[in-house]
Unconditional design. Structure first.
Length: 223
């Protein structure tokens, strides 16, 4: 194995800091968190910004956010990733832990689509299938994904839309749904209590499928 290059390691350490918090950092914050000399941090930030891996935050002098080049690299990585196969792998790992039916889901508009599923080994199982589309507000995975949207984006998608009920327990009031999504963001998990099916309870959480990268998908274990 070859020798690690310190300057490259430090530059990557800086980029990975932007995965946390609000996605913006200043030079003093980078210096404090990485315990690097101020001159070194300034030079690295200047270089990363010059190559478009970082960009100044408009209206906030001295602060940086990830730049367009970081987005381009992430997009190229995603082009070569089989989402369904990766989702099936994650579902299998979760199912082996809890022995419940597990779904991996993505969000499309205000619906949730199951892209992978693994059944439990129990005699009583949930009837479902990969490819099924459901109203996101009625499922645990859907609530988790809706909670990942900014308030403005959610309001844009939900404006003038009726929240359909799948069972008497489904949330149909927009304000009640906003309160539920706020609770999901606070907890980091979402729950469904017989809201899409009278016999189903579910729990969902974000799925980390690659180091340092969170995908908007949720395993939903449904006893």
């Amino acid at each position: 194995m070859g020798r690690l290059v310190p300057a490259v390691t430090r530059a990557l350490d800086i980029l990975e800091l932007f995965l946390d918090g609000d996605g913006t950092l200043s030079a003093p914050e980078v210096t404090r968190r990485l315990h690097l000399p101020r001159t070194t941090v300034h030079e690295l930030l200047t270089t990363l910004a010059a190559r478009s891996y970082l960009a100044p935050v408009p209206g906030r002098p001295g602060r940086y956010r990830l730049g367009v080049r970081a987005c381009q690299l992430g997009s190229r990585y995603a082009e070569h990733l089989d989402i369904a196969a990766e989702g099936q792998r994650v579902a299998r790992e979760v199912a082996e832990t809890c022995d419940e039916t597990v779904h991996i889901a993505i969000l499309e508009d205000l619906d949730v689509i199951h892209i992978a599923k693994v059944d439990s080994t129990r005699a009583v199982r949930m009837v479902s299938a990969a490819g099924r589309r459901l109203p996101a507000h009625c499922t645990a995975a859907g609530k988790m994904l809706l909670a990942s949207l900014s308030q403005d984006e959610f309001d844009t998608r939900a404006d003038g839309r009726e929240l359909a009920a799948m069972t008497p327990r489904s949330i149909t009031d927009p304000d009640a749904l906003r309160a539920e999504l706020a609770a999901v963001r606070e907890r980091g998990t979402a729950f469904e209590h017989r809201e899409s099916d009278p016999d189903v309870h579910g729990v969902a959480a974000p799925s980390a499928t690659a180091p340092g990268r969170w995908w908007p998908r949720c395993p939903s274990a449904s006893p």
